[in-house]
Design a protein around this ligand. Structure first.
Ligand code: F6R
Length: 609
C-alpha cells in the first residue's frame, strides 16, 4: 500500500532513503517524504506527486551529515494526496516523526481523546494520530512509549519512527503490515520490501507479527509488544539486484511477461522428480484426502482468478468440490468450515490484508491452510500450515503477470498430486499432464514471439472504449484475468462474461463500437462458444479470437482477428491463452499513453482491508 524505508548508520542517510523509496514506488506513488535527525532536531520534507518531485527538492539543497532518517511513498487511504497528508508526520512538539503503512482503525476515538487533551491536528490522516499519541505518552523513554502506544492502537501498522532525543536510534514496529530489516556493516535499514535494501545488503530479517525493533548502526534488537526480547531470524536473499531492476526493458510489466517461461520452469522443475510430483515436504495421506469434504480457494484480484481456474482443474482431477471465494467476501459470509476443509490461499505478496484476514478466519474455524505465495517469509506464508512458494522472483509492475502464471502452474501440480493419491487420475493421464506442464515454458516462448502481431492488433483497437471478454469454462476464468489486466493498465471499461450468459441481458450493450475478445480453446465446447461469437458478431461487434490452429477453418468465419496459441492438454490452456491477453493489454495501454507500471489509483501490495 505504502512504502517505508529507514536508515541508521555511518554513511549519508538521504541517498539511501531516495534510492530505497524508488524501489518501493510500486507500493504507492501519490506523495513522498523524508524525516531526519539534523543536529538533534527532526526535520521533515514531503511533497505531493511522484518521488521525482521530492528528489529534486532534496538534490537542490543537499542535506549533509544525516545519519538517521525515515522515508515514505504514499498510496492515500485517509485524506487525499497532498503535501500535508504526505508522510512522515511529525508530532506537535516536533520531537517525534513517523512513517506508516496500514490503517489505524480506531483513529477517530484516539483523535477525539487527544483533541480533548489539547492536541491540534493538521492532516486528515490516521497516521498523524499515531505520532501525536506517541508524543502524548512520551516520558523520555521511547521504547516504553512505543510499547504503550501499540497496545492502544487497533488495525494494521508498520511504522518507522525517529525521535529527536535519540539521534542514533531508529525504531520500527510491525503489526499486520509487512516490514523487513536490512542488516549491514555499520549501518542498518528498515523497509517495506526487500528491493529497497538489496543494493546495500542481502542479509534480511523479516519482522514477525507484533514486534518492535530498535536499530543502531551496529545493533538490532527485537521485542514483542510486551517488551520481551525476541529472536532475530536473519536470512540471505538469493536473488540479485538485477532481478529487481528494469534492465533494458521500457517497463517492468514487459520484463515480467518475458520472464514467464523461466519462472514457470523455476517453479515446477524442483518439484518434479523422476516423473513424480514432490511438494516441498507436504504430506497429504490418502486417508486425509479421502475424508476431505471440500476444498476452498481464497484470494483477491488476479490470484482469485487463478482460483477460478483452480476450481475447474481441481474438481476435474480430484473429484472434490471446490469453492472459490474473494477473500474480502469469505471472511464476512460466515463460511461453513464444519468438516475441516483444505483451504488454499493464493497471494503473490503474502501480505494482502483481505487474504490474511481470510486465512486467520479459516484457521480460527479449524481448517487446514495451504498457501501459494511468492514472498518468502511473508505473513501469509508464516501463518499457513503448509506453503508452496512460486519462484517468480520479485514482481514490481503493479499488474501481475508472472506471479499469476507461476500460481497456475502450482495449482496444476497440486491437483495432479492429490488426484494421483486418490486414484482419480490414472497413471497414464498423470504422466501426460506432467509432460504437458513441463512443455508450458516452451509453448509460452512461442506465443511471446507473436508480439508483433499482437502489437498490430493493439494499433487497430486501442481507442475502443468498450471491450468484452467471453469464454466458457476455464476460458471464462482466463477472460476474467484478461479483462482485469486491460482495465487496470489501460483504463478501458471491459468486462468478462461467460460466453453463454451474455444473451441473458448484457448483449444489449453490444454494438459496432464494441470489441469482443473470445477465448475459445476447448475442443469439447468450441462449437458452443462459436455460436456465442456469432451472436455478438451479428450485432456488429468486432471479434478477436484466441484459439488453436486446428480450429482455424471455423474460427476464421466469425473473427476479425485471430491469435493462435499452441495446442495444450485442455485444462492447462489458461497458462497459454493468458499470454496474448497480457501482451495486448500492455500494448493498448502503451498506445493510450498510460503509466503502465504504476496505473492510477492502484498500488501493488494491498495491505489494508
Ligand atoms: C492485478 C493484481 C491484483 C492482485 C491482488 C492480490 O494485476 O496484481 O489484483 O492480484 O491485489 O494480491 P496478492 O497476490 O499479493 O495477494
Amino acid at each position: 500500500m505504502c512504502g517505508i524505508v529507514g536508515y541508521i548508520g555511518t554513511n549519508d542517510a538521504i541517498p539511501f532513503l531516495i534510492q530505497g523509496l524508488s524501489k518501493l514506488e510500486y507500493r504507492g506513488y501519490d506523495s513522498s517524504g523524508v524525516a531526519f535527525n539534523a543536529d538533534g532536531k527532526i526535520e521533515v520534507i514531503k511533497k505531493q506527486g511522484r518521488l521525482k518531485v521530492l528528489e529534486d527538492i532534496l538534490n537542490s539543497n543537499p542535506e549533509k551529515d544525516i545519519k538517521l532518517g525515515i522515508g515514505h511513498t504514499r498510496w492515500a487511504t485517509h485524506g487525499k494526496p497532498s503535501d500535508i497528508n504526505a508522510h512522515p508526520h511529525i508530532s506537535s512538539s516536533g520531537k517525534i516523526a513517523l512513517v506508516h503503512n496500514g490503517i489505524i482503525e480506531n483513529y477517530i476515538d484516539l483523535k477525539n481523546q487527544l483533541i480533548q487533551k489539547g492536541t491540534k491536528f493538521i492532516s486528515e490522516t490516521d497516521t498523524e494520530v499515531a505520532v501525536q499519541l506517541l508524543d502524548s505518552l512520551y516520558n523520555g523513554d521511547m521504547f516504553e512509549t512505543i510499547k504503550k502506544a501499540v497496545q492502544m492502537m487497533q488495525g494494521s501498522f508498520a511504522f518507522g519512527i525517529v525521535c529527536a532525543d535519540y539521534p542514533e536510534t531508529l525504531f520500527a514496529v510491525k503489526k499486520d503490515s509487512p516490514l523487513i530489516l536490512g542488516i549491514g556493516e555499520n549501518e542498518n535499514y528498515i523497509a517495506s520490501d526487500i528491493p529497497a535494501v538489496l543494493a546495500k545488503t542481502r542479509k534480511i530479517c523479516r519482522l514477525k507479527e507484533k514486534q518492535i525493533a530498535i536499530l543502531t548502526a551496529n545493533n538490532v534488537n527485537l521485542f514483542d509488544f510486551d517488551g520481551n526480547p525476541a529472536e532475530k531470524a536473519i536470512t540471505t536473499v538469493s536473488w540479485s539486484v538485477y532481478a529487481a531492476e528494469k534492465n533494458n526493458y521500457e517497463h517492468f510489466m514487459m520484463k515480467e511477461i518475458i520472464e514467464q517461461p523461466n519462472v514457470i520452469s523455476a517453479t515446477i522443475s524442483p518439484r518434479l522428480k523422476n516423473g513424480n510430483i514432490e511438494l516441498d515436504g507436504i504430506n497429504f495421506t490418502k486417508e486425509y484426502l479421502e475424508n476431505l469434504q471440500k476444498i476452498c480457494v481464497v484470494a483477491c484480484g488476479s490470484a482469485y482468478h487463478v482460483g477460478c481456474v483452480a476450481k475447474y482443474f481441481i474438481e476435474k482431477l480430484t473429484k472434490k468440490p471446490v469453492e472459490v471465494d474473494l477473500a474480502s467476501e469469505f471472511r464476512y459470509r460466515s463460511p461453513i468450515i464444519d468438516k475441516k476443509p483444505l483451504v488454499i490461499i493464493i497471494s503473490q505478496s503474502g501480505d494482502t490484508a483481505d487474504t490474511l484476514a481470510a486465512l486467520r478466519e479459516a484457521k480460527f474455524l479449524g481448517a487446514r491452510v495451504l498457501s501459494i505465495v511468492n514472498v518468502v517469509g511473508s505473513s501469509i506464508a508464516n501463518e499457513s500450515d503448509d506453503v508452496l512458494y512460486t519462484w517468480a522472483g520479485p514482481e514490481i509492475a503493479v499488474a501481475t503477470t508472472k506471479a499469476y502464471s507461476t500460481q497456475l502452474s502450482l495449482i496444476y501440480l497440486l491437483a495432479l498430486y492429490i488426484g494421483k493419491i486418490l486414484h482419480t487420475v490414472s497413471d497414464e493421464e498423470y504422466s501426460r499432464f506432467i509432460d504437458n506442464v513441463e512443455s508450458l515454458p516452451q509453448k509460452i516462448s512461442e506465443i511471446l514471439r507473436k508480439e508483433n502481431q499482437i502489437q498490430q492488433i493493439a494499433n487497430k483497437y486501442y481507442d475502443f472504449e468498450k471491450i468484452f471478454f467471453i469464454g466458457r469454462n476455464i476460458d471464462y476464468a482466463v477472460c476474467m484475468e484478461g479483462s482485469l489486466k486491460l482495465k487496470e493498465i489501460s483504463y478501458i471499461h471491459s468486462e468478462a462474461y461467460a460466453a453463454g450468459e451474455l444473451k441473458h441481458g448484457t448483449i444489449s450493450l453490444i454494438d459496432s463500437e464494441t470489441l469482443v475478445i473470445a477465448v475459445a480453446t476447448l475442443d469439447e465446447i468450441f462449437d458452443k462458444t462459436l455460436s456465442n461469437i456469432r451472436e455478438v458478431r451479428s450485432r456488429g461487434a468486432k471479434v478477436l479470437s484466441i484459439t488453436t490452429e486446428d480450429k482455424s477453418e471455423k474460427i476464421s468465419q466469425v473473427s476479425d482477428e485471430i491469435i493462435y496459441i499452441p495446442k495444450s492438454y485442455s485444462t492447462t490452456t489458461p497458462s497459454l491463452s493468458v499470454i496474448p491477453l497480457q501482451l495486448l493489454s500492455y500494448h493498448i495501454a502503451k498506445l493510450r499513453g498510460c503509466d503502465i507500471d504504476k496505473p492510477r489509483n492502484l498500488a501493488k501490495s494491498v495491505t489494508v482491508e
